[in-house]
Design a protein around this ligand. Structure first.
Ligand SMILES: *Cc1c(COP(=O)(O)O)cnc(C)c1O
Length: 408
């Protein structure tokens, strides 16, 4: 472990302390063999990502390749339904269909500046793998994506996408053959290839500096909201910002520039699956205890003897037994409010948005929409919801329930 002491972190919510702690969560709990790689990244990421040439290339690709800035859309009929003002931050309109491309572009550019020629990633549903394979194709870098064998079977179209983009998809065949096994394989690869390889982590999880680095790359979401809101509402500050949380990267990006403005309510929405106490859930703040997962200390769903519990959510992107350390801190400190939505709530909210606004959301994003049901509004309040991705990838799930959802 790089460090075991937990210094005070009295500063801004935006920034972990020098050891990577947000409150008591974070750090870098990694095997000895990874120290060199992680230290190289830790010592260089801030310097490299704030160089003028980096910022120029990053923002040019966000604009001309990913399609940013994404619109901030006033959802008129949804607003009428809840008798308030609701805006959607349209991350679904990004190239590859979600916010994940923001981070993939950032990390691949960083890897290039570190002289790395080979990119590895892990993926569960395949969304992060597709985003990483996309940017590697763009930059002509070798790309290896580890994916659980079971997930490869379940997410065939994304496997095909990655392969068409020139990435090699490596099946993880141990354990439950899902995301955590893919993560183990990726870490093993990184240990074996320390000099030429960068490991692109897809959310605000992992050892320091990943949570901070990914949050900074995704912070473009709230930077844009702050720029877009004044012309629509005459203010930079919404009443609240809402986002779904798997590992927490779209939420971190949507919250980032509001973290230190306590007047802005932050609402994170976790996946309750079949219900928080059903044994089939992914509501980490409700069910988790402090533990170590994927290299950092955070809230983790685990048994009393510390075995990680297999989570469940209808949305593959929220089907994760932990949350990033920033979010664990936002939860414990009370800075953000954590709600949850069940599979059924999310399905209803997805159909509602499709019928009311002509937008088919990703199942993940539908959890954030579903939480509207749990809030009280007044008509002058301004709520911004991060619509993290589009629903094309979820159509087969939507088709299965089409006849049963009668919400509108
Ligand atoms: C991956 C994904 C998520 C969950 O990841 P976060 O890191 O919590 O943002 C949410 N929405 C979509 C569309 C995704 O692809």
């Amino acid at each position: 472990m790089i460090n075991t002491t937990i210094p005070d972190n009295k500063g801004s919510f935006k920034q972990p302390d020098i050891f990577g702690y947000y409150g008591k969560f974070g750090g870098a709990y990694i095997p000895e063999m990874l120290h060199r790689n992680v230290e190289e990244l830790r010592d260089n990421y801030l310097k490299l990502m704030y160089e003028e040439s980096f910022q120029k290339e990053f923002h040019a690709l966000l604009k001309d390749y990913a399609g940013r800035p994404t619109p901030l859309f006033f959802a008129e009929r949804l607003s009428e339904q809840y008798k308030t003002k609701i805006y959607l931050k349209r991350e679904d309109l990004n190239h590859t269909g979600a916010h994940k491309i923001n981070n993939a572009i950032g990390q691949v550019l960083l890897a290039q500046r570190l002289g790395k020629k080979r990119i590895i990633a892990e993926t569960g549903a395949g969304q992060h793998g597709v985003a990483t394979a996309t940017v590697c194709a763009l930059k002509g870098l070798e790309c290896i994506v580890y994916m659980g064998e079971v997930d490869m079977e379940r997410q065939q179209p994304n496997v095909a996408r990655m392969e068409m983009l020139g990435a090699k998809v490596m099946p993880a065949t141990s354990g439950s053959k899902t995301l955590k096994d893919a993560t183990n394989e990726a870490i093993r690869d990184w240990i074996n290839n320390p000099n030429n390889t960068h490991y692109v982590i897809g959310s605000v999880v992992g050892p320091h500096p990943y949570p901070d680095m990914v949050a900074r790359f995704q912070s473009v979401i709230s930077e844009e909201i702050k720029n877009q809101l004044p012309e629509k509402e005459g203010t930079t500050y919404p009443t609240r910002v809402m986002a779904c949380v798997g590992g927490g990267s779209n939420a971190a990006g949507a919250f980032y520039h509001f973290l230190d403005d306590p007047s802005v309510q932050l609402i994170a929405v976790e996946a309750a699956g079949c219900g928080i106490n059903s044994g089939m859930s992914a509501a980490t703040t409700q069910l988790g205890k402090t533990g170590i997962l994927h290299g950092s200390k955070s809230l983790v769903m685990q048994t009393t003897d510390g075995q990680v519990v297999e989570p469940h959510s209808i949305s593959a992107g929220l089907d994760y037994p932990g949350i990033g350390p920033l979010h664990a801190h936002l939860y414990e400190s009370g800075r953000a409010k954590f709600l949850s939505a069940t599979d059924t709530d999310a399905l209803k909210a997805a159909f509602n948005l499709a019928r009311k606004e002509g937008i088919i959301p990703a199942l993940e994003s539908a959890h954030a929409l579903a939480a509207l049901e749990q809030l009280q509004f007044n008509q002058h309040e301004v709520t911004v919801i991060c619509l993290s991705g589009r629903g094309d990838k979820d159509l087969s799930t939507y088709m299965k329930v089409m006849g049963n959802i009668k919400n509108v």
